[in-house]
Design a protein around this ligand. Structure first.
Ligand code: ACO
Ligand code: ZN
Length: 449
């Protein structure tokens, strides 16, 4: 006898036509992702609504399945009102909506509650230059840790752009700059000390007083540009306890481009490695990574960032390479703090693959008896990449197999070709001979005196 097929009845979320007036936060609908040049209707969620001139409205939109950095304010003419899913689902779906977590894992508590949170979270500091007291006052907050309370306020970008050196940067995510400053929409940063100001005049005045032309701390790496005089790359190490104001300002800037971490202002347990391009005017920040002074989990990077104006030019790879060079000097395996962002994973995977392939391709060239044999441990020893990252990289590329009780490496010709193609690209590389750094034993120094 054939069992009758039992189908679980799952009620589809109710969708109905809406008007601009009935739309509210939490509504899901289709939104045109492009302004005018083309039309692409994309499922999205309304996170916030604001009134604009002449009775029009703008809607802060998160595109479902897209990274939050694409969230934006859109005009009403980009919304498809023909099928809107309102928050507060039919009974069957209640469980999901009451958790506040949608399929995309986002929460949207009522706006009023979040406004309150905003007020308590964000310090009411004014323009930093005009408020030296505030600058000196140790903030209760510093380094990035995983964000346990994703709320509606911190899901909305809180200002339009920041100007720094010769660049104007649009934030990707919320960053807790003082609310009054962020409300003005534009933030001006001194590119050397990272102090934030409300206008260009304040910045100009600040620059006449600010003696800094490079990050604080010790320069531990310098590599001259072979082609251009007085130009090159340098890296500074600074201590989150000693250079606290700079470290806090750096975290605020970084938060604009790091989503999955939130900001606490205790920078004491961290070291910061700030990479700069130097010229005759000074050392201009390109990116940085932070690192716990002591990590029980073998983390050699806490947060890593290349400023958007420098991205996709190999600086992220260079920062990652530098972090492993430090691990080599420490004689320890290292791994980046999890979770990695989408771009973090891409960059790390690319670095791990290239570094492991470098060893394997070399191994294939050797003509010795032991040719073709290497252990994962040996790869870790040589690269200081953590064994779990070596394994995950090999698995990702399907280069590892379990055969008769042991692992066998099988490298596709395609992988080898990709490796050669990548190495042929002009790549920025760290020259280990230029690193001037000795690790400190923080178990003796930090927090135990
Ligand atoms: N799209 C596709 N691939 C990318 C992208 C991108 N937007 N960005 C980086 N990659 C991959 C590519 O494989 C690239 O190699 P390729 O250019 O040869 O194809 C590789 O990463 C390295 O690229 P770089 O130019 O060296 O990296 P970049 O300077 O752009 O910095 C970084 C990468 C640091 C992740 C940057 O995108 C960034 O700062 N993002 C915002 C902050 C962030 O997400 N940080 C990581 C968080 S995880 C953590 O902190 C531990
Ligand atoms: Zn300054």
């Amino acid at each position: 006898m054939v069992e009758p097929e039992v189908k679980a009845e799952v009620k589809a979320p109710e969708r109905r036509r809406a008007t601009l007036v009935t739309l509210k936060e939490g509504c899901k609908l289709r939104v045109n992702r492009f302004r005018s040049e083309r039309t692409e209707w994309t499922p999205a969620e309304i996170l916030s609504i604001r009134d604009c001139k002449e009775g029009t409205k703008q809607f802060y939109i998160h595109y479902v399945d897209f990274n939050k950095r694409l969230d934006e304010w859109v005009d009403q003419d980009r919304l498809d009102l023909s099928a809107v899913e309102f928050p507060g689902q039919p009974k069957d779906n209640k469980k999901t909506s009451n958790n506040g977590a949608h399929q995309n894992g986002h929460a949207h508590p009522p706006a009023r509650k979040s406004q309150k949170r905003k007020a308590s979270r964000v310090e009411e500091l004014s323009d930093q230059e005009n408020n030296d007291e505030a600058e000196k006052r140790p903030r209760s907050t510093g380094s990035m840790v995983q964000n346990p309370h994703d709320d509606i306020t911190t899901r909305i970008k809180n200002f339009e752009w920041l100007e720094m050196g010769k660049y104007r940067l649009q934030p990707w995510y919320f960053s807790p700059y003082p609310a009054k400053l962020a409300a003005m929409g534009k933030i001006y940063l001194c590119e050397f000390c990272l102090s934030f100001m409300k206008c260009k005049t304040s910045l100009k005045r600040h620059l006449t007083k600010c003696g800094m032309r490079c990050p604080p701390g010790n320069e531990i790496y310098r590599d001259k540009d072979p082609k251009e005089k007085d130009r090159g790359i340098c890296i500074f190490e600074l201590d989150g306890r000693k250079q606290k104001t700079y470290a806090q300002n750096l975290c605020l800037l970084a938060k604009c481009f790091l989503d999955h971490k939130t900001l606490y202002y205790d920078t004491d347990p961290f070291l910061f490695y700030v990479m700069c391009e130097y010229d005759m005017w000074g050392a201009h920040i390109v990116g940085y990574f932070s690192k716990e002074k002591e990590s029980a989990e073998d983390y050699n990077v806490a947060c890593i960032l290349t400023l958007p104006s420098y991205q996709r030019r190999g600086f992220g790879r260079l920062l990652i390479e530098f972090s492993y060079e430090l691990s080599k000097i420490e004689k320890k395996q290292g791994t980046p703090e999890k979770p990695l962002s989408d771009l973090g994973l891409l960059s790390y995977r690319s670095y791990w693959t290239q570094t492991i392939m470098e060893i394997l391709v070399e191994l294939m060239k050797e003509e010795e008896e032991e040719r073709g044999k290497i252990s994962i441990n040996e790869i870790c020893e040589r690269t200081r990449i953590h064994s779990k990252d070596v394994q995950s990289t090999l698995l990702h590329h399907k280069m590892i197999d379990w055969y008769r009780g042991s692992y066998v490496l099988a490298i596709d010709k395609k992988e080898i070709d990709t490796y050669h193609k990548n190495t042929a690209k002009a790549q920025l590389r760290i020259n280990p001979n230029n690193i001037q750094w000795t690790p400190k034993d923080w178990s003796k120094r930090y927090g135990r005196n």
